[in-house]
Write a protein that binds this ligand. Structure first.
Ligand code: PHE
Length: 457
């Protein structure tokens, strides 16, 4: 291996980077509308419980495997066992994860490109270039390709700078900015007419909706995507933790760090709802349609590219600043996630081939951009298929494989006990008493149920 491994320089830096990965478009345009249409406060509560019962143990599996093996997902999984067959399966699962996360990045960068263009449009308009602003705001093949390219370049630029100088440094700057922008927007929007209706829809609990099993299951899927699970991003971030934890911290801080991360991700999703849902009802107050054909609250592209821009357009000069702030927020959320996606294949390439980080980042980043370009040019045929192949099918399957590896392969080789002992908590610690069984039996069962549900439904 030609390259020294990167590492995070502090626990705070790790938390910002990992929270940056987790908090993304999923939190801002997925969670709030799902909550508002499905039982409001009751859904928020159910989601919180699910995040801690299912996603948190799976997240811990990734962090522990990464931290222990000190390697990328492919190397980590192919060295967990001594048995040749299990080693080969582990390697294959790792490569599958790398493929999936690259494909997730390929569609994520397209969406992030739209958002980047929406961010640039009002800026260009302020400078007096109305035609350019209209072109940026409108969409179309060339704009979509250019915007996606620009976003991909930003992602590559940060990743090429390395773990501490690039990923950690930028996450530590961007995540607090994200929090400030979010709070500023919430304060503004909550003071507009109509906002209170949105708050009511978002927060008043309707427990009858929440007991619907299919809803619980889709909430689990959302939790998986939102915590960036199954594809090796959290695993490789965990592997960069080594030196960020002092000798003493290594005792049993990891479960605590994972819990903080889960709480941060869930809190961001919840707080984003305090902005998105009231903003939708403010828009409705101004005559903008916020429900789709089937009577559901508009979500995803419809929400972010129609409802909210419609609202900003209606608000004159204040609207221009609101649009800039809102799309800056979305761009930051997307960027701290996309760098974590690119890091997964880049870490494999540098550690497997000895290629330099810059070279690996360029080659992989450009290849993923080419895939994005193919998707943009065949949008209606490819986009939804890539999204569902990666997030609906592959992420749960990979989560299952990772839980089985952590729970069974490791268990058989008595690795978990070894790690627990290494962490100095072989007796007593609640986490280490419960988690090994949990990740071996409960996580796989829950994931299998989710998966069959998504196959059937
Ligand atoms: N968690 C990110 C979001 O909510 C998406 C993501 C998935 C990031 C997989 C990394 C890996 O938008």
């Amino acid at each position: 291996m030609a390259n020294a491994r990167g590492h995070f320089t502090s626990r705070f830096g790790f938390l910002m980077a990992a929270a940056g990965s987790a908090v993304g478009l999923g939190n801002i345009w997925g969670f709030p509308t799902q909550a508002a249409s499905n039982g409001g406060g009751a859904f928020v509560l159910a989601y919180l419980i699910l995040a801690f019962l299912l996603a948190y143990p799976a997240l811990m599996a990734e962090l522990i495997i990464g931290r222990h093996s000190n390697a990328n997902i492919v190397t980590a999984l192919s060295t967990l066992s001594e048995r040749p067959l299990l080693r080969r399966i582990g390697g294959a699962v790792g490569y599958y994860g790398v493929l999936v996360v690259s494909l997730i990045l390929s569609f994520y960068a397209i969406v992030a490109g739209w958002i980047l263009a929406k961010f640039a449009a009002p800026l260009v308009q302020l400078l007096g270039f109305d035609d350019a602003a209209a072109w940026l705001a409108q969409g179309g093949l060339v704009r979509d390709l250019a915007a996606c390219f620009l976003f991909s370049v930003l992602t590559m630029w940060i990743v090429a700078r390395g773990v501490s100088q690039g990923i950690e440094a930028w996450s530590t700057r961007l995540m607090p900015t994200l929090a400030i922008l979010l709070i500023a927007l919430i304060v503004y929007v909550l003071n507009q007419p109509g906002a209170a209706d949105g708050l009511r829809v978002y927060l008043l609990p309707d427990f009858s909706r929440v007991l619907d099993p299919s809803l619980l299951l889709s909430a689990m899927g959302q939790a998986f995507f939102s915590l960036s699970l199954g594809v090796g991003t959290m695993l490789v971030y965990g592997s960069y933790l080594g030196r960020a934890l002092s000798e003493k911290d290594q005792q049993d801080k990891l479960p605590h760090i994972g819990a903080t991360l889960t709480l941060l991700d869930t809190s961001f999703a919840f707080v984003a709802g305090l902005l998105i849902i009231p903003a939708m009802y403010v828009a409705q107050e101004q005559g903008i349609a916020i429900y789709g054909a089937a009577g559901e609250l508009l979500a995803g592209p419809g929400l972010v590219l129609q409802v909210l821009p419609g609202l900003f357009d209606n608000m004159g000069n204040a609207g221009i600043w609101l649009a800039i702030t809102f799309f800056a927020l979305m761009t930051i959320a997307a960027l701290t996630s996309s760098i974590s996606m690119l890091e997964a294949p880049v870490s494999v390439a540098t550690e497997k081939t000895g290629a330099s980080r810059t070279r690996a980042t360029l080659v992989i980043g450009c290849t993923i951009f080419l895939i994005s370009a193919i998707i943009v040019m065949n949008f209606s045929a490819l986009f939804d298929r890539v999204v569902s192949f990666t997030t609906e099918y592959s992420q749960p399957l990979l989560g299952l494989a990772l839980s089985l590896f952590a729970g069974w392969v490791w268990h058989r080789d008595k690795k978990i006990q070894a790690i627990a002992a290494e962490q100095g908590v072989e007796r007593g610690g609640f986490f280490w008493r419960v988690w090994p069984f949990y990740v071996r039996v409960v996580c796989p069962l829950l994931i299998i149920v989710t998966f069959t549900q998504s196959l059937l439904g």
